[in-house]
Design a protein around this ligand. Structure first.
Ligand code: FES
Length: 109
């Protein structure tokens, strides 16, 4: 299976392509590996900090799916900047189906 490619717009508006993502890796892990600005991931992926918040592009939101209850609670904590397409990138597990995924890093609170 080939590598998965994702494209993120970082918090400074710069587009970053990550073309060597592995299935099973989270979007947060890929972004951290590439040093994407604005993905802090303070809790290391435990879904308890919301510093990995992204806005998934509309065309990908159905494919990425809905947040679970724990993630919903965390997203409620960033209500001021939450959008319908908000996800915590540590909870988005990459698969071949998400090859080409695009998202924007949410601003820091
Ligand atoms: S890394 Fe903390 S919630 Fe995602």
């Amino acid at each position: 299976m080939g590598a998965i490619t994702v494209r993120l717009t970082d918090v400074d508006g710069k587009e970053v392509t990550i073309d060597d993502c592995e299935a099973g890796e989270t979007l947060m892990e890929a972004a951290r590996r590439k040093g994407v600005a604005g993905i802090i991931a303070e809790c290391g992926g435990a879904c308890s900090c919301a510093t990995c918040h992204v806005y998934v592009d509309e065309e990908w939101i159905d494919m990425v799916g809905e947040p679970d209850d724990v993630e919903e609670d965390m997203l409620d904590m960033v209500d001021d900047i939450r959008r319908p397409n908000s996800r915590l990138s540590c909870q988005v597990k990459l698969t071949a189906r998400l090859d080409g995924l695009t998202a924007e890093v949410a601003p820091e609170l």
